[in-house]
Write a protein that binds this ligand. Structure first.
Ligand code: ADP
Length: 459
């Protein structure tokens, strides 16, 4: 017990001082005797301090030096602390070994990156899938080793991932730098003190399946296109010829021919939409940096929508910020916006109001189509952008819909880093809004839109 030991120390010191005083009194050399005794005590402490220092610094042995009294106690307490530390260290080392063994056995490449994207650790699969080399790549910036431009851009975008909740769920697909036959999906997960866990998974099989599906749809659509054009053409000719046939013949064939023409036209629309979708899925976006003058695009669309509305005489309201434009593909954006506007016309009863708005705020630029139509029940909303998903199939067919319009909108927006927001109330109307990020906005002076040099991109 350390308390008892300290009382012993003071008792012993008191005893030694008493002996020194007695001896000094007897020899008439009190100060000399006191000095000698105190020097002895000090030397003993210094000697033990020296042994302690020696033991801690030089000796690799665990056992402490032999000592009595308070120094024995000090050695013992340090010994106990060291033993506890060694035990904890062993436990941590074991845990680390187990962690490394389990991540090492994982088929996914796992790489630990610091805040500057320098590699701190990686597992065996990272050697195979990402082509990292054991010792020499530790400390290297990962984008110097995985040099795909899309990956560098992805890293850059995810730079501030800790403060960006959306970035957490994002991933990209790239070819493996170690083997171009292998397709990888890379996730970057922020954790701890500004670190990132990069996980690369081999998705070659999935990618192939996806490719087969895309090719199949594209090929079938392509193969159907020509026969449908031929059928459509002949039906039109037959319809024209029918005008000159006798009345009985006309009565007999008018309706079947109209039906064939209508169905051929519907199939042509489906085939065209499918081809457009497969192009959007498989082609690398090009022409995405053109300046799209949204005001003119919407004015043209409004005219087309008025024509489509025809006798239904919908009221169109345009609310446009004229000097706000977009970087993007004019054709793709026109197709997406047209789908939303024409849907509003198709699903809004005669006389209803359709409002097209184009505006900018702190979150970016927005194109909204608001109608006073039939609305959509809430449980349908999450599935509306799926291919061929329709709330009312018969109604959609009657309106000439293909069930692919909103899927096209979703893909186009994805290619423009934008998203689709849908709000609807049954019986009251719907709002379809395309949200573009600030980086896609171009501001031009109203009278200088022709001059690209005068444009300002917002970041
Ligand atoms: P479709 O060619 O059938 O219109 P879309 O993909 O464009 O296919 O739309 C999917 C479904 O969403 C439509 O069938 C319709 O039920 C619903 N929908 C789309 N726009 C509207 C709208 N403005 N009002 C009500 N329902 C809508």
């Amino acid at each position: 017990m350390i308390g008892t030991t300290w009382s012993q120390v003071f008792l012993r010191l008191g005893f030694l001082l008493a002996v020194a005083l007695l001896l000094g009194w007897w020899l008439e050399q009190i100060w000399l005797c006191l000095c000698l005794v105190l020097t002895g005590v000090l030397s003993w402490h210094l000697y033990n301090l020296y042994r302690l220092d020696n033991w801690l610094q030089k000796s690799k042995k665990l056992d402490p030096p032999e000592a009595s009294g308070i120094w024995g106690e000090v050695f013992y307490q340090i010994y106990k602390l060291q033993k506890r530390n060694r035990k904890r260290k062993r436990k941590l080392a074991n845990m680390l070994k187990q962690f490394q063994a389990s991540t090492g056995a994982m088929p996914d490449a796992t790489v630990v990156l610091n805040s500057k994207h320098k590699i701190e650790w990686f597992n065996k699969a990272a050697v195979q899938l990402l082509g990292l080399k054991a010792a020499q790549d530790i400390g290297q910036i990962v984008s110097n080793l995985v040099r795909t431009p899309a990956f560098t851009e992805f890293l850059h975008e995810m730079g501030d991932a800790n403060s960006n909740a959306n970035a957490r769920g994002r991933s990209i697909k790239i070819l493996s730098p170690a083997d171009p036959q292998v397709m990888l999906r890379i996730h970057l997960v922020p954790y701890g003190d500004n670190k990132r866990l990069m996980i690369a998974r081999d998705v070659t099989d999935l990618h192939r399946l996806e490719q087969i599906r895309q090719d199949f749809v594209a090929n079938v659509s392509h193969e159907l296109r020509t026969p449908l054009t031929v059928i459509g053409g002949f039906v039109e000719t037959l319809q024209d010829d029918l005008q000159e046939a006798n009345e009985h013949f006309q009565r007999q064939w008018q309706r079947p021919l109209d039906l064939v023409a209508q169905q051929a036209h519907r199939m042509q629309n489906i085939v065209n939409d499918l081809l457009l979708l497969s192009r959007l899925e498989s082609e690398i976006p090009k022409d995405m940096r053109k300046i799209v003058e949204v005001q003119f695009l919407l004015e043209d669309l409004c005219e087309e929508a008025t024509a489509l509305s025809g006798e239904a005489r919908h009221q169109f309201v345009l609310d446009i910020e004229e000097d706000v434009h977009l970087y993007g593909s004019p054709d793709e954006l026109e197709s997406a916006f047209a789908n939303l506007v024409f849907n509003a016309v198709r699903y809004t009863p005669a006389g209803g109001q359709i409002k097209l708005s184009w505006y900018r705020d702190a979150a970016g630029a927005h194109f909204a189509v608001e109608d006073t139509g039939e609305g959509i029940a809430e449980h349908h909303l999450p599935r509306l952008t799926e291919r061929f998903y329709r709330v009312d199939v018969a109604r959609s067919r009657k309106q000439g819909g293909t069930g692919l319009g909103l899927a096209i909108v979703k893909h186009v927006l994805q290619r423009h880093s934008a998203s689709l927001h849908i709000e609807s109330q049954l019986g009251e109307g719907s709002l379809f809004r395309c949200d573009f990020p600030p980086s896609a906005i171009v501001i031009t002076e109203a009278d200088e839109t022709e001059d690209e040099d005068e444009t300002t991109a917002l970041d």
